[in-house]
Every structure is written in C-alpha cells, then in structure tokens.
Design a protein around this ligand. Structure first.
Ligand code: S3P
Length: 438
C-alpha cells in the first residue's frame, strides 16, 4: 500500500494516541504469569502485540480482547504450557526477548522464532546471561533467532544472576528480570544507563520486590528478589504511547500553522528524551494535567508549529529517546542549521538499520543526510519530497510520511501498511487532524 502525504495544510485538533506498545507487551505477558484474572484497559491492538497474544495462546494462556480491554487468566510463574510448534514472534523483538525470559522462568521447552527481519536481530545479548543462570538455550547462526530453550526439571531453580550489560536495553533487562523471578536468590542487573523502567514499575505493582538505584558511573542497578507467593493480577488503563505521539509531535512542530493537543500520553522520564531534545531546539511543547495511571506518569501535550534550530544529541539522552530518532530526524530536517546525532550505534539493531535506512530515505527526499558509524548529520533547511521505502520499519514509515506535511512536494511512502505494527490508525489520525493524504 502506498501512502502519499501532501504539504500545505495545517494540523489542528485534540486526540488520544493508542495505548503504549512496551506496556501492552508487558501487561499481557506479566498477567499470564500472575494468578487470577487481569483486566487491562487501553491495550494497544496492533501487529506486534497481536504476535505476543498469539504466542501466549500457544503457551496455554486464555485471554479475551473486548475493544481495547484485554482480560488474561493468569497461569502462575510455572504455569506456561510447552508449545506444540515454534512460537512465531512476527517482527517483534520485544515479544521474543520477553517471552524468552518467561519461558526460562517457566522451565518449559520452546522454540522462539519470527520474521526474516527478526532473525537478523542480536539474541546472544539475552542468551549469554540466561546461560549463566543455568538455562539451556541455543541461538541460531549469527547469534539470532530461532532460539531453542530446553525443559528444566520440576523443582529446579535457576541460579541467581549478577550481570553487567554492555548496552542499555530494556528488552534484555526485562528478559532477565523475568527469568530472575524463578532464581534461587536475588539477581542484580547493571546497565550502562537507565533504560525504560516499565518492567520494574509493573512488577512492583504485582507485589515483587524490585529495587533500583543510580550507579556512580552514571549507570543503573536493579535487584529483583524472587517472590515467595504468586504475582498479583493487573488492573487499570495503560498510558498512551509516547513513541506513537512522537510522530504527531514532529508533525505539529514542522507544519506551519499547526496546534495540537495529544491527551493521556505516557511521560515516563526514561522515555521522554525527545521532549528535551526538541524543546532544546526551540520546539513549543507544553505538558498539561500531569497525572498517573498504572504506576506511570501521563499528561496532555500541547504542541505548536515552531521555528527549530539544529543541535547535537548524544550520551544518556540517546537512551531516553532510542525509539524516537526517526521522528526526531523528521523534525530536525526542517530546523535551521545542522543536527548531529552521536553515540547511537544501537539504532543499527532496530526494526531496520535505522542509521543507514534513515539516511538513505532522507536523501531520497532531498535531505543530504550523512551517515556515521554511531549516528548521522542533517544539514537542516527542509526537504523536497519524493518516494521512499521504509525498509519494513513501522517507525521509519511514519516519520517519512510526516515529512510530507512540510516538504516542498508530496512524500509517497511505499509499503505503508507496516505502520500497522505499532499505530494501525496513523493515516486516519493524520487525516482527522487536517492532513491531505492519498
Ligand atoms: C523496548 C525496548 C527498546 C525499544 C523497543 C521496545 C521495550 O529496545 O527500542 O522498541 O519494550 O523494552 P532495546 O531493549 O533493544 O533497546
């Protein structure tokens, strides 16, 4: 499916973005490990979360979706059933990495697999520490999926872990926290910077003792003590997805005459680096009605068209906006003066190699983007428009589409159906705000 976005119309309006992807994955899976029925509102129904739900079904978990409300019958920590066939995690690394931790805790045999794109993602980063815990796990050629986990004897616990992670990754951290639920004693995970802490918050809400503190080297240390009793079921409404909102934030900032309100957006500080980055460029973004849901901060964002100035993004800010570089680049392309992104080599291991794919497609739109090993440089000054390929990456597709709102000519995105992975109504939402699409 092609999606074409034309420049020339401002965006106006107020809307809620869909439920948070990271939290939806966690809520569905953690609820399966609890005892009793969980009821989760504002669940994100999208390609990647459907992959998680299909896998849970194959693991014997009963769930029901009514609109955006997900009910899950918990099976307890060792209650997952060995699946009859390999689990198909689709394009979703979150599904695969988190499930690996839960399967390890459950002690069942399972094969975890997914699309060709998912098979290219690095899995030794979870397999190595899981092996240290005594999990029998094999990766495939190149250290990727399919992953094969062997059954563990009834009553046998995993070894407690104390690990230093070389990269800040919430998927790796969460995988290991899940396995640590079934360890013989407390496990400690040390990351070089604080990655999103949704799992820590959610597990605490389910009655698990999880402590975290900032390390002296700027990193973060999390210690989880295996619970003596069952995990409590989940109740409540998930925040809107900040990462989904990021495309609309970029759209509002770069499209002349625009004024938007995005309601109920998750504002966990481990996720909101983009706000700091864009405000530092002159972006007018205000937070209104700060409140809390499911142990997570949320608020309404008021965004206005702004004159942006280019800047450098590096260091810990990169971790707090790791999923937002496509949206950030869409905005920075229209800033005055150059923008430089450094310390962001992790972007090469996302749904696409987000450094080379982003730079290639920006060039196709007339932005002379320069690729570097750990980032990119954009000169600023706008884009011409043209046809782009999102490389099977939902975030690239949405970011490139947004650029059509402010480019000199339209932007045509091929394979735009990939947006369904995380934001199924993206095109309809943009049209509802006044954009001209076709
Ligand atoms: C996620 C963690 C991040 C992020 C991904 C979702 C999560 O991945 O890019 O979209 O839900 O834990 P990494 O853990 O690989 O950094």
């Amino acid at each position: 499916m092609n999606l074409t976005v034309w420049p020339g119309r401002s965006l106006q309006g107020s809307l809620e973005v869909p439920g948070d992807k990271s939290l939806s994955h966690r809520a569905a899976l953690f609820a399966a490990l609890a005892e009793g029925e969980s009821r989760i509102e504002n669940f994100l129904v999208s390609g990647v979360t459907e992959a998680m739900l299909r896998c849970l079904e194959a693991l014997g978990v009963a769930w029901k979706l009514e609109g955006e409300t997900l009910s899950v019958q918990g099976r307890g920590l060792r209650g997952l059933r060995a699946p009859a066939a390999p689990l198909d995690c689709g394009n979703s690394a979150t599904t695969l990495r988190l499930l690996a931790g839960a399967v390890a805790a459950g002690g069942i045999a399972a094969v975890l697999d997914g699309s060709a794109g998912l098979r290219r993602r690095p899995m030794e980063r979870i397999a190595g520490p899981l092996r240290e815990m005594g999990v029998e796990i094999e990766t495939s050629e190149g250290g990727g999926a399919p992953l094969r986990l062997a059954v563990r004897a009834e009553g046998q616990k995993l070894r407690a872990l104390d690990v230093i992670l070389p990269v800040a990754s919430a998927q790796v951290k969460t995988c290991l926290l899940l396995a640590a639920l079934a360890a013989e004693g407390p496990s400690t995970i040390r990351e070089p910077a604080l990655s999103r802490d949704h799992s820590e918050r959610m597990l605490r809400g389910m009655g698990v003792e999880v402590r975290s503190y900032a390390a002296e080297n700027g990193g973060n240390v999390v210690t989880l003590t295996p619970p003596a009793g069952p995990l409590l079921p989940l109740r409540g409404a998930l925040p809107g997805d900040f990462s989904a909102a990021s495309f609309l934030i970029a759209a509002g900032l770069i499209t002349p005459g625009s004024a938007l309100v995005l309601r109920g957006v998750g504002l966990n500080p481990t996720r909101t680096g983009l706000l700091d980055a864009l405000r530092g460029m002159g972006g007018e973004i205000e937070v209104e009605n700060p409140r809390e849901t499911c142990g997570e901060p949320v608020g309404d964002l008021r965004v206005r068209h702004s004159r942006l100035r280019g800047r450098t993004v590096s260091g810990e800010l990169v971790v707090r906006m790791i999923d937002e570089f496509p949206a950030f680049a869409a905005a920075a392309a229209f800033a005055e003066g150059p923008t430089l992104v450094q310390d962001a080599g992790e972007l090469r291991y996302k749904e696409s190699d987000r450094i080379s794919a982003l730079c290639a497609e920006l060039r196709a739109l007339g932005v002379p983007a320069e690729e570097m090993p750990d980032g990119f440089r954009l000169p600023g000054g706008g884009a011409l428009g043209g046809s782009v390929d999102p490389h099977g990456d939902h975030r690239l597709a949405m970011a490139l589409a947004v650029m059509g709102l402010a480019a000199r000519g339209p932007v045509q995105v091929a394979g735009a159906e990939i947006m369904r992975e995380s934001f199924p109504d993206f095109a309809a939402v943009l049209a509802g705000l006044g954009a001209q699409l076709g």
